[in-house]
Design a binder for this molecule. Structure first.
Ligand code: UD1
Length: 418
């Protein structure tokens, strides 16, 4: 168990470099299973979710070692296609291994991932897609058992552009002898990073317009090196940290084209943002302006993974903001915690109405999920007095050295591990 203890009221100042994206790293590590030779992954963030995924790969017989040039994974020795229950249960993205295991061995077995801290997260689209590729999928007794090699020739239309299902199906399709086409795939940049890794490793796939991905079958994986793309959510979180404290930050190595929905919103809130190459310079306003209506959507819409941080920003806005969460069913738990800090918000179903208050005050609050936890810490940076964020280990899932990074930027924040 960990706690963050924050004394609010310090405007952030300074520069930081954006790290590699968690949501690209996890599927790429799973995809290493499709390559029976060593692969080198650069810019991989050392996060708890990443370490869990490496634990799973090792349990399946892969070697995974951190070196000076990055992470080396060698799946040459992988023999089993059955994920151990204890390890797989601790991380939802273990489901990502179904696709590559089916692609490589024609078999996979994993515990059912079930619900999680931001609502029910079914995997029906993943399994439907695998079935459409000719894989036999059995869901009895809380486990998912897949049998059979994906057959080429499938055209799979996703009812919803699920990020995880798109990634899983791409990886499974690598094992088919013929082509597979995904219709209505997700458009998140992390998917293109996964495709770039697999193309570099000898597979062959590309987007056909914005609504199809074609994966050519009959290829084999070979050694490659790949650098993970910068994390747009980590970058976004530090941008909001500058915005909420009225600070001035420079983010280095950011990809502004992946941040455009957020940058539009931050400008609407009164931030001054200047981009030069991969540098992003942001100056926060004294007090943010309200956001009339913000709706989360699949990429390139506003990302659900930035909703809680922007929610925190709206609590101190001049007027009333309305947020609508369209991607996950239960992603407003930070709202109840922010009430303890003096926020004035009302949540009903997937909508939140937030009346900005002049100031928040410190309180003891709980991080119920990764991004919600980060949002509470951001609110604490602005609040008067001391904020304690409990269960802060949840924040470690997505941010490398979160407290230390904020401290480097002038925040009064420390971490206590119990
Ligand atoms: C990924 C990201 C997560 C981000 C989310 C949406 C990773 C490791 N995680 O999660 O940070 O918040 O994209 O951008 O990359 N759904 C179904 N059936 C399915 C699959 C999904 O109903 O088979 C629903 C989900 O319950 C959810 C919505 O579709 O309501 C979006 O889920 P999805 O795009 O699959 O997100 P993840 O891949 O889980």
């Amino acid at each position: 168990m960990a706690k963050l203890i924050i004394e609010g009221g310090h405007a952030l100042k300074g520069q930081i470099a954006v790290r590699g994206a968690k949501n690209a790293a996890l599927p790429i590590l799973a995809a290493a299973m499709l390559v029976p030779e060593p692969v080198r992954i650069g810019n991989c963030p050392r996060l708890t979710d990443v370490e869990h995924m490496l634990g799973l790969l090792r349990a399946l017989g892969c070697r995974a070692d951190w070196g000076e040039d990055g992470l080396i994974i060698d799946a040459g020795g992988a023999r089993t296609a059955e994920l151990p229950e204890a390890l797989a249960g601790s991380i939802r993205s273990s489901v990502f291994l179904l696709g590559p295991l089916v692609g490589r061995f024609g078999a996979a077995e994993a515990p059912y991932p079930g619900g999680c801290d931001i609502g029910n997260r079914p995997v029906d689209l993943h399994l439907k897609g695998l079935r459409a590729m000719g894989v036999k999928v059995d869901e009895a007794s809380g486990r998912i058992r897949c049998l059979g090699r994906p057959k080429g020739g499938a055209e799979i239309a996703l009812e919803y552009p699920s990020v995880g299902a798109t990634e899983n199906l791409i990886m499974a399709a690598c094992g088919a002898e013929g082509d597979t086409v995904l219709v209505n795939p997700a458009r998140e940049p992390e998917i293109d990073d996964l495709m770039a890794f697999l193309n570099g490793a000898g597979y062959d796939m590309k987007r056909e317009g914005s609504s199809r991905i074609r994966i050519r079958g009959g290829r084999r994986g070979h050694s490659t090196a790949h650098a993970i793309l910068p994390d747009r959510i980590e970058a976004g979180t530090y941008l909001v940290a500058a915005a909420i404290t009225g600070g001035h930050l420079v983010l280095r190595g950011a990809r502004r084209e992946h941040l455009s929905a957020l940058l539009t919103v931050l400008r609407e809130a009164g931030c001054r943002i200047h981009c030069e190459g991969t540098d992003l310079d942001i100056e926060g306003p004294e007090r943010p302006r309200e956001l009339r209506r913000l709706v989360t959507l699949p990429y390139p819409g506003f990302p659900t993974d930035m909703q809680s941080q922007v929610f925190a920003l709206c609590t101190v806005a001049r007027g009333t903001s309305v947020l609508e969460e369209n991607v996950f069913e239960d992603r407003f738990r930070h709202g109840a915690e922010l009430l303890r800090m003096g926020a004035d918000c009302y949540i009903r179903g997937r909508s939140a109405v937030i009346r900005g208050v002049k100031s928040l005050h410190g309180a003891t609050v709980t991080a119920h999920d990764l991004r919600g936890g980060a949002a509470l810490a951001l609110a604490g940076l602005r609040a008067e007095g001391i904020t304690v964020v409990e269960q802060a280990e949840r924040i470690d899932r997505g941010y490398v050295a979160f407290a230390a990074t904020l401290r480097q930027l002038g925040a009064a924040i420390r971490r206590e591990d119990e």
